[in-house]
Design a protein. Structure first.
Lengths: 400, 496
């Protein structure tokens, strides 16, 4: 395995728009909101940017293709802008591009910006995707919740968990996130909900009810990265550095080979192992201070606790019910409210997760501030349980 | 002798209760209450003449992978999904028949089923080594609140005609062609236009059918009183009985026309009745099967002592037993596109089919053919140049591997209320096959609560989507709970 990029790149500025049903803003305005906050935080001028990575997933209702939408909206100084798209992990991909450019020495300062404008669809939920010419001739006519709900059936069967027990555990995932999100002014959904409300909500895709699904929102987030040396020379202190940045992509094993039982994410386990190695983490349950994971659906978050090796396999649902991932638990998860309360503007989500880790490490998380966090992990997943891309990133204070 | 070497059928699982339909329409057509009895077979939204023909053919051909003995496939239907695309070619592709087997559509009249059978008999008479697959299938649409809506039923039958090891020998036949228009459907029209029943009965059936059958019996050198089974579909009460009486065929020979539990399956119906009759036929029985439509066609068979040696996988009786009562008349209207309903914005997605992609992947999409690595034996769907084998991605080692007849079970599933579905919630999941391989696919013919991890399933060829903008129907395979295997497993468990 390569030496990796641990502590080679520092985050000097981040920004995040208000997430929600932003009837007032197009993707351009959302990007500007996140960008200006990040630039002010980094205390730099646009001319100091060497390159930018721009993530957005759905061209049909968003910005359109290419790097130009970001360059135009932000009036970037004719620098390289690369549009990246990797399903729901697109935001993390923009960050990875910027981080790798700095680590490679190709850029001194790079921008990652992600956006999605989902509320120009005309209906709730994600827009119906265009999957090419072959897939629609065989693949089921399904939705994101229907695809992720598959995990629940396999998890129940594999671990002998009853429908009621699993339903209650995934309900707690959402109850916890709503409690966290209620304290976040940038979150879309800020209501506290009870387990009963979650369990009795209308069914979307068995066993996922309405509150087992993340919100559908508009939003943008941005990060500015440079080397620790440049950051210090610019006067930044208490640096947040990148410890690990890993991505694992399905190659068809899950969807075509009977060795996969459907109850977990094959890619997440690979990405997590590599990330821990890159960051030098040996016991994640003890060493990871907090995390933002891809809770597109409550069941996704639950199995992810095992895939990231925080919970033992088959025991994740018990940890969830025991409050291990609550704000006052062993490893607080979704301390900003998660996709559940922010919604999932696809191209922005990975960067939004990093934004919360950054705020917490900088001690700027206000009412949500955790005590002395040192390492934060983000897990950003795109696709479906059987075919996906999984990004795992670890950031932390320099020197940790 | 030339005759029938295999037979099978198919009746969709849903059975619309006629009382439910009649009651819903009684306020505007009170006369329908006279027909408020029994049930009619009702195709699921994803079934049509082609998919039902494929099921019937599989019922006749059995689960064996090798179908290279079939030299031609003839499809009889008056409700073909395509006016210009070889419908029998789609059936052939679904059955993975050899590309050098012929295929043809026979249509245009309610006697098309028997015309297809006669055509196949003619082929084999000329080439005794040939085996011809005959499928007859109809899903007839009728206007809401019409009597035809209650009389019709959706079903299919299939036969293999050959010159060796026959179960029933063809011993004679006759045909009469007369442009007697009891009903018609113009080329661009959706529905039939019918003339008066009394005229059809008295001037049509009563005058055209008996002389045709007399000629058929004469050519077969069989006396009417020796006929063991007389098959003549008609939705008019007593027509077959009165014609039998006139011809001196024994009253007990008149075959039940399945009006009570199937309804009349258009041009397929005589063949459906024949497939049903063969299930209980005895060696030596003489069977007369006739069909009325712009004249009449009749064939005479004598059952051989091999009759019990080849049986359909389920047969018409097996499908009749696998039934679900449907009392929701509105569902019938939606499935048959008889009511404009709000499908929502999610249904607006464009279902245009790339015909190049379809042809390039023809055996995968229509035949459910995947691949097996010759080096490792690993089975996969779809077939690819580089194998999925973990840690051993062999290149160009895959040979075609058929999935359609293999037993399978559900690994993961969900019932999706969000996505657009013609029969929500849409069930789908990861289906794993005995012998290896898996396919993420739709699950059909299910209600909430029917599916769980471990549910045994069988494959069924179905309509995947319809492209209403361009009039194209897209087909693929779906998983259906294998209720026969579930019942067998249940019985085995009880015995233990």
């Amino acid at each position: 395995m390569p030496a990796g990029i641990k502590d080679k790149v520092a985050v000097i500025g981040m920004g995040c728009s208000k997430f929600g049903e932003r009837w007032d803003a197009g993707p351009e305005e959302l990007m500007v909101e996140a960008y200006l906050e990040a630039m002010a935080d980094a205390k730099i001028e646009p001319t100091q940017l060497d390159a930018a990575w721009f993530s957005t997933h759905i061209d049909e209702i968003g910005t359109g293709k290419g790097g130009t939408p970001a360059s135009l909206a932000l009036r970037l100084p004719n620098i390289a802008v690369t549009r990246v798209e990797n399903f729901c992990a697109s935001g993390s991909e923009a960050f990875r591009g910027a981080v790798y450019a700095v680590a490679a020495g190709a850029a001194d300062i790079a921008l990652a910006i992600g956006v999605e404008k989902l509320k120009d669809t005309g209906y709730g939920g994600l827009p119906v995707a265009n999957p090419g010419t072959l897939a629609p001739q065989t693949m089921p006519n399904g939705s994101a919740p229907g695809n992720f709900a598959q995990l629940a059936s396999a998890y129940r069967a594999k671990h002998g968990v009853s429908k009621d027990d699993l339903k209650r555990a995934i309900a707690h995932v959402s109850v916890k996130s709503h409690a966290n999100g209620s304290k976040n002014p940038k979150a879309h959904l800020r209501n506290v909900v009870t387990e009963e409300t979650v369990m009795n909500a209308p069914m979307i895709a068995e066993p996922l009810g309405l509150f087992d699904c993340c919100g559908v929102s508009d939003g943008a987030a941005a990060a500015i990265v440079t080397t620790p040396e440049i950051a210090k020379a610019m006067g930044h202190s208490d640096l947040v550095t990148v410890k690990a940045m890993q991505l694992s992509v399905s190659n068809g094993l899950e969807s075509q080979h009977n060795s996969w039982d459907g109850s977990y994410f094959h890619t997440a386990r690979i990405a997590a192992k590599k990330a821990y190695k890159e960051a030098g983490v040996e016991n994640p349950r003890k060493e990871i201070s907090m995390m933002e994971v891809h809770d597109c659906f409550s069941i996704t978050e639950l199995v992810t606790m095992e895939d990231l090796f925080i919970s033992e396999e088959g025991k994740g649902w018990r940890d969830v019910l025991d409050g291990f991932y609550d704000a006052d638990g062993g490893v607080p998860c979704q301390i900003d409210g998660g996709l559940k309360c922010f919604g999932h503007p696809i191209g922005a989500s990975g960067l939004r997760m990093l934004y919360e880790m950054y705020l917490q490490l900088k001690g700027r998380a206000g009412e949500r501030q955790l005590k002395n966090p040192k390492l934060g992990m983000t897990h950003n997943l795109g696709g479906s349980p059987s075919t996906n891309v999984c990004s795992v990133a670890i950031v932390g204070l320099q020197g940790v | 002798m030339v005759g029938i070497t295999a037979y099978g059928g198919y009746v969709p699982r849903l059975r619309l209760q006629r009382a439910a339909a009649a009651k819903a329409n009684a306020w505007l057509a009170p006369g329908l209450m006279g027909k408020a009895k029994g049930e009619r077979a009702m195709a699921n939204w994803d079934e049509d003449a082609i998919t039902m023909a494929v099921e019937a053919a599989r019922d006749a051909l059995g689960p064996g992978e090798d179908r290279s003995h079939i030299n031609a496939c003839i499809l009889a239907t008056t409700t073909a999904p395509f006016a210009d695309r070889l419908n029998a070619g789609i059936v052939s592709a679904a059955l993975t028949l050899e590309p050098n087997a012929g295929a043809s559509d026979i249509t245009g009249t309610q006697r098309a089923g028997l015309t297809a059978l006669s055509t196949a008999l003619g082929v084999v008479k000329g080439e005794p080594k040939a085996n011809v697959l005959v499928c007859a299938s109809d899903k007839r649409r009728a206007r809401a609140a019409s009597t035809a809506e209650l009389d019709n039923g959706d079903a299919a039958a299939a036969f293999v005609i050959g010159g060796k090891d026959t179960l029933a020998d063809w011993i004679g036949g006759a045909v009469t062609t007369a442009d007697f228009v009891d009903h018609f459907r113009g080329a661009e029209e959706a529905f039939d236009y019918n003339w008066e029943e009394r005229w059809i009965r008295d001037e049509g059936y009563a005058k055209i059918v008996p002389p045709t059958i007399e000629r058929a019996l004469k050519s077969a050198k069989v006396k009417a009183e020796d006929v063991a089974t007389f098959i003549l579909p008609s939705t008019f009460k007593g027509v077959a009985d009165s014609i039998a009486k006139k011809l001196k065929i024994k009253p007990e020979a008149v075959r039940d026309n399945l009006a009570a539990n199937v309804g009349e399956a258009g041009c397929a119906h005589a063949l459906v009745m024949l497939a049903h009759a063969l299930e209980t036929a005895k060696a030596g029985d003489v069977i007369v099967v006739a069909q009325f439509g712009q004249g009449c066609e009749a064939n005479v068979f004598r059952v051989t002592d091999r009759i019990g040696s080849v049986r359909p996988v389920r047969g018409i009786s097996g499908w009749l037993a696998d039934r679900k009562e449907e009392t929701n008349y509105l569902k019938f209207l939606v499935f048959n596109d008889l009511v404009e309903w709000d499908k929502g914005m999610r249904a607006e997605k464009d279902n245009k089919t790339a015909l190049t992609t379809l042809y390039r992947n023809n055996d995968m999409i229509l035949g459910l053919v995947g691949g097996r690595c010759k080096e490792t034996g690993v089975v996969q769907f779809p077939r690819t140049r580089i194998s999925v084998n973990p840690n051993n991605p062999t290149v160009d080692t895959q040979e075609p591997y058929k999935f359609a007849e293999r037993e399978a079970e559900v690994l993961t599933w969900s019932a999706d209320y969000l996505t657009f579905a013609m029969s929500p919630p849409n069930h789908y999941g990861m289906i794993v096959f005995d012998g290896g391989g898996r396919i993420f696919m739709d699950i059909t013919d299910v209600e909430p609560g029917d599916v769980d991890s471990g549910t045994p399933v069988r494959m069924s060829f179905r309509v995947k989507e319809k492209d209403d903008k361009r009039g194209f129907t897209r087909y693929f395979w779906k998983a259906v709970p294998d209720r026969r295997r579930m019942a067998n497993a249940g019985a085995k468990q009880a015995a233990e």
